[in-house]
Write a protein that binds this ligand. Sequence first.
Ligand SMILES: NC(=O)c1ccc[n+]([C@@H]2O[C@H](COP(=O)([O-])OP(=O)(O)OC[C@H]3O[C@@H](n4cnc5c(N)ncnc54)[C@H](OP(=O)(O)O)[C@@H]3O)[C@@H](O)[C@H]2O)c1
Length: 485
Amino acid sequence: MVSIPEYYEGKNVLLTGATGFLGKVLLEKLLRSCPKVNSVYVLVRQKAGQTSQEQMEEILSSKLFDRLRDENPDFREKIAAINSELTHSKLALSEEDKEVIVDSTNIIFHCAATVQFNENLRDAVQLNVIATQQLILLAQQMKNLEVFMQVSTAYAYCNRKHIDEVVYPPPVDPKKLVDSLEWMDDGDRPNTYIYTKALAEYVVQQEGAKLNVAIVRPSIVGASWKEPFPRWIDNFNGPSGLFIAAGKGILRTMRASNNALADLVPVDVVVNTSLAAAWYSGVNRPRNIMVYNCTTGSTNPFHWGEVEYHVISTFKRNPLEQAFRHHKAPAFLYDIYLRMTGRSPRMMKTITHLHKAMVFLEYFTSNSWVWNTDNVNMLMNQLNPEDKKTSNIDVRQLHWAEYIENCCMGTKKYVLNEEISGLPAARKHFNKLRNIHYGFNTILVILIWHIFIARSQMARNIWYFVVSLCYKFLSYFRASKTMRY
Ligand SMILES: NC(=O)c1ccc[n+]([C@@H]2O[C@H](COP(=O)([O-])OP(=O)(O)OC[C@H]3O[C@@H](n4cnc5c(N)ncnc54)[C@H](OP(=O)(O)O)[C@@H]3O)[C@@H](O)[C@H]2O)c1
């Protein structure tokens, strides 16, 4: 079998979601480890004040691409940024762009999606289901397409406890749901994300039946483990937002079951699995759709209780800058102060927002699933020794304590842009806050007790009893000390 870089040699790859967390890492890795790939078409939607080319320029100039820039300074020539709004009719592609894509695309990676758990159902269906359908229609017109790779989620069938590497029947017929958008109001339905991702899998399986389809299902994607360098992460989504909140002191408790499996998977493992899975399908043309549960729980289990321990211990040693202790009362008072000084209150809003995020995550931090990973293991065994090294997908080697520490330090450095040189000042600030917090709590307890004593005879009796007991103990201690002299 040809190696992974040999397979991608001379190929034209189409990538959606290249401006997102996973898409960026995939683009970097593809260009670095397969330098002879012919071109990569990235479908990017225009944003206010920035063309798709400008957006890509900004991304390609970022630190994530430093290593690639060193190894292959001309890599930008291979990237063609194409304007495309996936939720518009025919993906809003111009006729010329469509022609180029249809004529020359060999491999598609469909990464774009809305990953907000509480996205309204209409928008989630529009992007996660209908846009996928449109992309499949386009794929069917392509003259040289070899593989359609759908990036899904391991939680697409979280209603099951044991999840095999197959596409299960959808929760509802996607066609009926799409039709119902005509009359349905938006409503407020939690976790439309997972619901629509399950529908997308079904759409890909049914409507892409004539294509060579593969699906990669990552669980919760975390910072990079090794590539292009350890610790890289650039978003607040999922647990990284909670880690930051814990580090900043906004979040003091987390709803989770200590023994529930924390199925985190490094972003570079997801990218390597996706590139290898497309390689396998392209070379072997399997008769059935290939599904890969890109997870860690069954091969290298780790639990939420352990995550909590390592996050707290990392941020104790390496506090975040401007951390503040979370207490609703000071937050509330600070908001009043902001209001009085003509600024808009934000503390209570932030805390409420985080608690909402925690409620959404609670389902995942309190339950465990078992994912079958036979296809991932098969894929690993198919890689030649060189590909095994350059496209590592073996999560058995992942050292969790080190990885969680790296996730925390990655959020500090790349999401919050805090430098390691600021650590001594952050530690000093952290200790000061801890003392303020203890002081505040002590005053609060004394105040409450004082009010209690003033109002209740029983409280007074208990208080006198405790004070006289202490006095007796002290007198006894003093007397026994004098006798010894
Ligand atoms: N992150 C995770 O923990 C995780 C876990 C399991 C599976 N996944 C899957 O991995 C894939 C990538 O996720 P991610 O974490 O990288 O998400 P992300 O950072 O939010 O990126 C989403 C990407 O989709 C693009 N996009 C959204 N709406 C679009 C539209 N209307 N037209 C064109 N492009 C649009 C975004 O472009 P803009 O920059 O213009 O917004 C962005 O590039 C998704 O399929 C997701 O379901 C992610």
